[in-house]
Design a binder for this molecule. Structure first.
Ligand code: PLP
Length: 392
């Protein structure tokens, strides 16, 4: 018996384990200091009341023979897909309900979508990168190439026409950099994909944070229906990180190698996925109702205000960063030419503030640092005060 030796190619990523270890050591050595975590990658505010009410009603349905539900449809219930299509319509993008697959989240879909593509395709990711894109494809034995995002391109890597890629992951607004592509930049990527017969896997997990008119969907760009699949998530949009729900959009007309990618993905999901539970789908549909959207907006505004507090402070300090708007993430240059881990230690030791070293997200993250807006207002203000005192 042989194991999948592609696992040998995974680079051990101890980023969050190392952050936790160093933080715990500091806490043990300095019990008197209050540590503030600006590295949190999870939401902290509760679900919207109307969403929880729908989930409770969904549970109630399971209690009665007349309303009980068993296996859901692989692609999600129609009313949920209609609600998602309506949401797209609210920002001017046409997506048909029957092109939407409801899932248990964008992480699974990012990792599983390549199942429908051959192993010898080349995968391109922008660097720094959400690690799932890399690790899932390494496990499958694919070759990965990197397009560096850096200060020179404002952490928005653009295609190189001399490089040939088949599967391209784009994440906008980006984790970890918070940078969001403009419509013109996305049009260049769409053009590249069309010319190279490539597929864009467009991760829009943070689209709900967009505030400056940048596209909220790749399907806002002409030609994207011929070359893109979009993944999205209710995790950061509506606090579903623990509840689990996301969706993937595959245009019906999207074909490669003579095959409909929509049909291939349906076949893949029908084989390996048994759908999202009834109470969660009831809750998800409610997110996109009029009142649901209003209620989730309050939480989004709270995080966005925290992000503004952090980015305003960096403006005052004259520190270069991306994100802070359109995103819960702030990607800052480490001051004084410090390395990512050097700055991590400096901030922890001198301000008892924890962030995430940028180089943990890839080579191009060297010398950068990620802060997040998911802590409370009070703690964010306190941390920012300490950072300003330290770096002024
Ligand atoms: N995509 C990106 C870029 C993310 O940052 C995350 C979560 O942090 C996900 C996907 C995962 O989303 P989900 O919770 O829906 O699996």
């Amino acid at each position: 018996m042989k194991i999948n030796r592609n696992f040998d190619n995974l680079v051990p990523n101890y980023l969050f384990a190392d952050v936790a270890r160093k933080t715990n050591e500091f806490a043990a050595a300095h019990p008197e200091k209050e540590i503030i975590r600006l590295g949190i990658g999870d939401v902290t505010l509760p679900l919207a009341p109307i969403v929880v009410a729908a989930m409770k009603k969904g549970c109630e349905d399971l209690l009665h023979k007349e309303t009980f539900k068993g296996y859901p449809e692989y692609e999600g219930y129609d009313f949920v897909r209609e609600a998602i299509a309506g949401y797209y319509g609210s920002f001017g993008v046409t997506v048909h309900a029957d092109e939407i697959f409801v899932s248990d989240g964008a992480k699974s879909d990012c990792g599983n979508l390549p199942d429908i593509f051959a192993q010898d395709n080349t995968v391109l990711v922008t660097d720094p990168v959400y690690p799932v894109y890399v690790d899932a494809n390494l496990m499958a034995g694919r070759n990965i190439i990197y397009a560096p995002s850096c200060k020179e391109n404002n952490f928005l890597a653009m295609p190189d026409e001399n490089v040939k890629a088949d599967i391209i992951y784009l994440c906008s607004p980006n984790n970890p950099t918070g940078a969001a592509y403009s419509a013109d930049q996305l049009a260049v990527w769409v053009d590249y994909a069309l010319k190279n017969d490539a597929i864009l896997l467009y991760d829009a997990a943070y689209e709900a944070f967009i505030e400056d008119g940048s596209p909220r969907s790749i399907f806002a760009v002409d030609g994207a229906r011929q070359c893109a699949i979009e993944l999205c998530s209710l995790s950061k949009t509506a606090g579903f990180t623990g509840t689990r729900c996301g969706y993937t959009v595959i245009p019906k007309e999207l074909k490669r190698d003579g095959h409909s990618l929509h049909e291939l993905w349906y076949r893949r999901q029908a084989t390996k996925f048994n759908g999202v539970s009834w109470p969660v789908q009831c809750a998800a549909a409610e997110v996109f109702g009029r009142e649901g959207l209003q209620q989730i907006r309050e939480n989004l505004e709270y995080y966005k205000q925290n992000a503004k507090i952090i980015s305003d402070a960096l403006d005052e300090l004259g520190i270069y960063y991306t994100g802070g708007k359109n995103s819960p993430y702030i990607w800052m240059e480490c001051p004084g030419g410090m390395g990512s881990w050097e700055f991590f230690d400096y901030l922890l030791q001198n301000a008892a503030v924890v962030g995430t070293p940028g180089e943990g997200f890839g080579k191009s993250g060297k010398g950068f640092f990620r802060l997040t807006s998911f802590n409370s207002r009070e703690k964010t203000l306190e941390a920012v005060g300490r950072i300003k005192n330290l770096l002024k």
